[in-house]
Design a protein around this ligand. Sequence first.
Ligand code: UDP
Length: 259
Amino acid sequence: MYSALQERELALQEARILGVRVHRVRMAEALQRIEQLISLREPNLVITADANAVLIALEDAEFRALMETAPLVTADGAGLLWAGRRLKQPFPERVSGVDLVEQLTRLSHEKGYRLYFLGAAPGVAERAAQNLLLRYPNAQIVGVQHGYFQDSDEPAIVAQIAAARPDVLLIGMGMPRQEKWAWAHRDTLGAPVMIGVGGSFDVYAGVVKRAPRWMQRTGCEWLWRLIQDPRKIKKVRNLPRFAWRVWRTPRPQQESARA
Ligand code: UDP
């Protein structure tokens, strides 16, 4: 899925975190890449990766292959940003799924891109869309669908998304299911850009609150999320394992600079 982009010499700098590929991009560069992908009109996946994504990739060959080939893998989360600094391949900033949802809604408001929200509990993606439309009234949110459907409903849902002709399909069904699902259905879905955005719709619907800025800045957002949803303990428990593996990785002598 990379060749058309490579031909156009749009290669982005990448970091290797425990051998797993993550792009070293700012939000503005990520948005630029997404707009390029929209104009290419071929199905492509964008992955917003946190420390957990790296751990999943180490154990799941199918997900690893998606991370290896996706034309954009952004660094989402304090753990991954720390790992980038530690391994001397620093990420310029965090590019989270939550922020991408808002930025793409803004771009849709300005340029008319068609967005589709798939995922979260019934009613949540609708509410997220309504709340975002208050701020970006001309955004084209061309469809919403919750993420708790039966397998038997899948063909109808895929057809419904295809019929809405989204430029960007935002999928919040949890990692790695959202990425595998999108890639498996890419040809039928027909959306040029498919982005896994985890629990972002819950944030914009007001189901969960985003951490205060100071917590985001100091890398404590995971603690906020844990307080909001104690089921996240499974993910938080993985963080020391991630940190330990990064810590043991030999550090290069010199920091690799971004071009
Ligand atoms: N979800 C869904 N269908 C499911 C299971 C989960 O749509 O079968 C949604 C869930 O409601 C939540 C999101 O997927 O909105 C997962 O959020 P989380 O923050 O756990 O995402 P992750 O960090 O795993 O990407």
